[in-house]
Design a protein around this ligand. Structure first.
Ligand SMILES: [Zn+2]
Length: 245
């Protein structure tokens, strides 16, 4: 009876250890995923910044071209007043006309460039905002995970000691049977039998086995699922007794 009690305790310890070890194993991966997203976002910000730099340069180049051409137009208009030859006059008028047309289309181009610039700046704002909140999230998560890691490690040490105590009470063959089925079957592998039905597989055990189980003198396995079984009433009584003492 003491042995089965220790087996159930061992199972609880092992379950908790499994859970903690799972956390210890998965926590770094979760942080890595967040860091990867962080890098992606940083990359996106850099790309938008590069685009903005290109558009800004295009805008400035265009502005200079417009200014240069405007100067040319001004000069030509001044010269125009001094030209008396009508053929030459007409040619210059056409030239001025062309220059003015060129500058008009440049102005249009500049307007669409400024619109594009505003769009990219908006994108930059959004990406930077997202980046900032992600950075906060990451540092918070790191703190949380580190705290939990430390707590988990401390708890694992405690459990390891408890486990050692339980292992001392349980005979070696039963312990290895427990470990063998634990590595092969879904948890739990130490289960109660109530009203003749195994909690592990929900199938009735033979009446004869049930009778032996109720005597509480041997550690038995479910003939159907192979899990280690104990009588539910038995164990409850044990617990109640323990509480009473
Ligand atoms: Zn069973």
């Amino acid at each position: 009876m003491k042995q089965i009690e220790q087996l159930v305790a061992l199972q609880m310890i092992d379950d908790e250890m499994m859970h903690l070890n799972g956390f210890l194993k998965n926590a770094p991966a979760e942080l890595e995923r967040m860091e990867a997203r962080h890098l992606e976002l940083k990359d996106a910000v850099a790309q938008v910044n590069a685009k903005i730099a290109i558009i800004t340069k295009q805008r400035d180049d265009l502005g200079r071209e417009i200014e240069d051409t405007a100067m040319k137009i001004k000069k030509s208009k001044n010269k125009l007043m001094m030209v008396s030859n009508s053929k030459e006059h007409q040619a210059m008028m056409r030239e001025i006309d062309n220059l003015e047309k060129t500058n008009r289309s440049r102005e249009e181009e500049k307007v669409s460039l400024l619109e594009e610039l505003a769009r990219q700046e908006e994108r930059l704002d959004m990406a930077q905002g997202e980046l900032k909140s992600l950075q906060q999230e990451i540092s918070q998560k790191k703190k949380q995970i580190n705290q939990k890691l430390q707590a988990s490690k401390a708890r694992l040490e405690v459990l390891q000691n408890l486990r050692g105590d339980a292992e001392e009470v349980i005979p070696k063959p039963i312990l290895s049977r427990y470990q063998f089925i634990r590595s092969r079957l879904s948890q739990p592998v130490v289960v109660s039998v109530g009203e003749g039905v195994c909690k592990g597989c929900n199938i009735s055990i033979p009446p004869q086995t049930y009778n032996v189980l109720q005597k509480g003198e041997q550690i038995l396995s479910c003939p159907n699922c192979q899990r280690i079984i104990y009588w539910s009433e038995h164990f409850a009584t044990e617990e109640e007794e323990a509480e009473a003492v």
